[in-house]
Design a protein around this ligand. Structure first.
Ligand code: ADE
Ligand code: ZN
Length: 328
């Protein structure tokens, strides 16, 4: 099924094999004897435990080519899953914290996006995520550092440790990004309360909510999200691995679709959570007993929620409709 992927962190697509290869190329070591033992360490009780491991993995990224190769590996996997358009999250703050420039990060990722168009025939766009556990001043600094590369970015987002870091902490940064013409998204309601979704909408004025699964606890919020057609980029395997839901059978994706929320399915950090986008679809559909109509709705939502221009979006939605006509 053709689809868009709108919620994945490129640093979270760094597979152990590539991590070891980049470490060797950069004269570094990974603190695990081999790929298998590293993969076995990917067991998490919550978001923070994951973020600590994820951060350690980014240490092998040192030069522009590393960022290109990581993004290119993801884009090839995405194309194999029939992703026709990807909006890729990355954060510069992790890497500038390791002594790299924002330019190295963005140029490497952007080159992979260009390659995706020319070699794979799919489109890709970049979204810079601010790290919410860091300060407002540091987010402003990250925004300023990215401005010379403005043309290589479609938007900004908000990621990292959610609890204790409400969206409103970044009200002024998002206002500035909005004035500069960036599209706006934010993680909210992954582990954090519905109040964080309200403030992402009302204070940050975001156009999509990343995760948003906690919205279902607040009926007024659900009504608001439905009325204003705000998309939610849901990541079922992430929610399972970070214990937001005890099992996939208890996930609320089916309930979200039934009430009319504009949900989409995404992989978040596929190298760490055990599956790319199609694996997210197949495991969740099996666990929840969802139908072909649900699949069509999710893929249609993914194009509708994307930041591609209207004519390109219509062409992608036509391709989706064709596939379903054949399927029926
Ligand atoms: N960074 C990478 N993955 C994330 C997630 N699931 N939530 C918040 N920040 C992230
Ligand atoms: Zn995420």
């Amino acid at each position: 099924m053709p689809k868009a992927e709108l919620h994945m962190h490129v640093e979270g697509s760094l597979e152990p094999e590539l991590m070891f290869a980049l470490a060797a190329r950069n004269g570094m070591t990974v603190p695990f004897p081999d790929v298998e033992s590293l993969r076995r360490a990917y067991v998490f009780n919550n978001l923070q435990e994951f973020l600590d491991v994820y951060h350690a993995g980014t240490l092998v990224l040192r030069v522009e080519q590393d960022f290109h190769d990581m993004a290119w590996a993801y884009l090839q996997r995405a194309a194999a899953d029939n992703v026709l358009h990807a909006e890729i999250f990355f954060d510069t703050q992790t890497h500038t914290g390791h002594g790299l420039s924002a330019e190295v990060v963005i140029n490497g990722l952007h080159r992979a996006c260009i390659d995706a168009q020319s070699k794979l025939g799919i489109s890709a766009a970049l979204i810079l995520c601010f790290l919410r556990h860091l300060s407002e001043a540091q987010a402003f600094e990250a925004l300023e550092q990215a401005l010379p590369l403005r043309d290589k970015l479609v938007g900004v987002g908000l990621a990292s440790s959610e609890q204790g870091h409400p969206p409103e902490k970044f009200a002024r940064v998002f206002a500035r990004a909005r004035a500069l013409g960036f599209r706006l998204v934010a993680h909210a309601g992954e582990e954090g309360p519905p109040a964080y979704i309200w403030s992402a909408l009302d204070v940050l004025k975001v156009e999509r909510i990343d995760h948003g699964v906690q919205a279902m606890r607040d009926r007024n919020l659900v009504e608001r999200l439905i009325k204003s057609r705000v998309p939610l980029t849901v990541c079922p395997l992430s929610n399972l691995k970070l214990r937001v839901f005890p099992t996939l059978a208890r996930h609320n994706l089916g309930a979200m679709l039934e009430v009319g929320l504009a949900a989409t399915v995404n992989s978040d950090d596929p190298a760490y959570f055990g599956g790319y986008i199609n694996e997210n679809f197949t495991q969740t559909f099996a666990a929840l007993g969802l139908s072909a109509q649900h699949a069509y709705q999710l893929a249609h939502n993914s194009f509708a929620a994307s930041f591609i221009d209207v004519s390109a979006r219509r062409a992608l939605q036509d391709r989706l409709a064709e596939v379903f006509e054949t399927f029926e």
